[in-house]
Design a protein around this ligand. Structure first.
Ligand code: GLN
Length: 539
């Protein structure tokens, strides 16, 4: 089997959508019948994304096998409709860690182990390994960072070496940015020309340039970039800002991108089919009815942009579920700290069709979240709690229904007399010994559902598997008490007996899950619980 590789690198600046470009190119190749996988390379020394602050780095995306990866991996899974694993993710730290381990194990057989070539060779080994495991016709490899910086040089070196070995089966895409300065009102190509030259000086020539910008690029500029950057005009792709990231595959196809790629790879043309994808992407602008969902959490001071990056899978799962019901969605961020400073403001929750509390960590804004959950429970507003949102729903129930007024999670109050959310001895040891990296309860675990419940009806299954990322757990000492008062335990891990799902009786929708269902949602196959939540919200 012949494997092909497409490296996607960034020029000019970061944050222009390399991840979505990578995912979209993968999508259009997949729509032509090729099997596609994707790899994300992060230039950080961190071994994984789990120890990085989501405000700075965005969401930590968890794979089935429990790797804590970059949010772009979520885009790949959603666009390619496939499950990826830790093999599809690497960082500088991870690559060095393997090389050092191999050296300690005498695997280099007495050789002097050097940064070049041993580091790029390990990168190549990982790329080929992921390709083989996925049996991919095409592997998309996104190199994080921007060309010209020191951090990603060894990854570019790996890409260059792969091209040297097999030039016909390795392509490069430069994702660049074309600014339109206000005082000129004209799209400028010079930064992209410089980025191309910088890439050239790393021994790499782009086969395609994807030109991000506020506007469409016109013909004169396309021709100019073609000549100045030594790239065919049909390989200069315009990628203006569009209303939805899901519009991008069709935007690329309108410029014949997959046909040009197939030609370059000498693959016989095959029919393309993006119809269902396009129909999904059209719902938000075409639908008449809107569902209004409030997401309650602590507000990150850096604003909406950061929020949407930190919770990207939750947002995409909510969108997918709404679109699955053929309605558009309005999402509002609600700062839980407002309810602490101004308790009366809680009534604003009334204007929402449903309230979601996503995962989180720490102490800030927690009392506000608990107040919001109480409001939803008492006023029968549909409520969906994910991970911390489930744990805090249990805290709220213990306090206001069981009358255990000081009940808490030990994450916030270590000495609480009613630790309804507690910590296992193993996790306690991790915390005491400062062993934080990759030590949470991570990855996919089975969950047995209680027949006849709302949850089981939504899933239409008796055993499910969902991805986890948490340190704390529901304390089973309180199981009988909460069930007696109507908060049913409707999902349990068969092996450990850990509580995974709680569901309130006599409420239009009140479900808390210890896992992160958002990681399994796909735009074309929305998650059953998100769909059920939106269905309840629409009622
Ligand atoms: N902070 C909680 C825990 O560690 C919840 C984690 C989460 O929401 N992902 O258990």
């Amino acid at each position: 089997m012949k494997h092909r590789y497409i490296f996607v690198v960034g020029g000019v600046m970061s944050g222009v959508g390399k991840g979505v470009t990578t995912a979209s190119i993968g999508k259009i190749l997949q729509s032509r019948g090729l099997s596609v996988t994707a790899i994300k390379i992060d230039p950080y020394v961190n071994v994984d994304a789990g120890t990085m602050n989501p405000v700075e780095h965005g969401e930590v995306f968890v794979t089935d096998d429990g790797d804590e990866t970059d949010q772009d991996m979520g885009n790949y899974e959603r666009f390619l409709e496939t499950d990826l694993t830790g093999i599809n993710y690497m960082t500088t730290g991870r690559v060095y860690q393997t090389v050092i381990e191999k050296e300690r194990n005498l695997e280099y057989k007495g050789k002097c182990v050097e940064v070049v070539p041993h580091i790029p060779l390990e990168v190549i080994r990982r790329i080929k390994n992921a390709t083989q495991i996925a049996k991919a016709d095409v592997t998309m490899v996104e190199v994080g960072g921007t060309v010209g910086e020191y951090q990603n040089i060894l990854f570019l070196e790996a890409a260059r070496m792969m091209h040297l070995e097999d030039p016909e089966n390795v392509l490069f895409v430069l994702v660049s940015y074309l600014p339109v300065p206000k005082h000129l009102g004209e799209m400028k190509t010079k930064p992209t020309q410089y980025a191309t030259r910088t890439l050239n000086s790393a021994g790499i020539h782009p086969d395609f340039i994807v030109c991000r910008g506020e506007q469409f690029m016109d013909k004169p500029r396309r021709e100019k970039l073609s000549v100045f950057c030594n790239v065919k005009p049909e390989a200069v792709i315009t990628a203006p800002d569009v209303p939805s990231i899901y519009d991008i595959p069709a935007l690329f196809e309108s410029q014949g991108l997959s046909t040009t790629i197939l030609k370059k790879f000498r693959i016989k043309p095959r029919a393309t089919d993006l119809r269902t994808w396009k129909a999904m992407a059209a719902v938000q602008s075409a639908a008449k009815r809107t569902v209004k969902i409030g997401v309650v959490g602590k507000y990150f001071a850096t604003g909406d942009y950061t929020l949407s990056d930190s919770y990207i899978s939750v947002i995409e799962a909510l969108k997918a579920a709404a679109w699955g019901h053929k309605v558009k969605i309005q999402l509002d961020w609600i700062n839980s700290e407002d309810f602490e400073t101004n308790p009366k403001s809680i009534v604003r929750l009334k204007s929402y069709d449903g309230i979601l509390v996503p995962g989180g960590f720490g102490t800030r804004g927690i009392e506000g979240i608990i107040a919001a959950i109480r409001y939803c429970r008492e006023k029968k507003v549909p409520y969906f709690g994910l991970c911390y949102g489930m744990q805090l729903a249990c805290v709220e129930f213990a306090r206001h229904v069981l009358g255990k007024t000081t009940a808490h999670t030990v994450e916030v109050d270590e000495a609480t007399i009613d630790p309804i959310i507690h910590v296992s001895p193993i996790q306690l040891k991790n915390i005491r010994e400062n062993r934080y990296g990759g030590t949470m309860r991570l990855g996919a675990f089975d969950c047995k559902l209680k027949p006849g419940t709302r949850t089981a009806k939504a899933y239409r299954a008796s055993i499910i598997s969902e991805r986890h990322r948490h340190r704390y757990e529901f304390n089973n000492d309180y199981a009988a008490a909460i069930e007696k008062k109507g908060l049913m335990i409707t999902g349990v891990n068969p092996g450990s007996g850990l509580v995974e799902i709680v569901e309130l009786k006599n409420h239009p929708f009140f479900i808390g899950v210890q896992f992160h269902p958002e990681f399994r949602s796909r735009p074309l196959s929305p998650h059953p619980l998100f769909k059920a939540f939106i269905a309840a919200a629409l009622k």
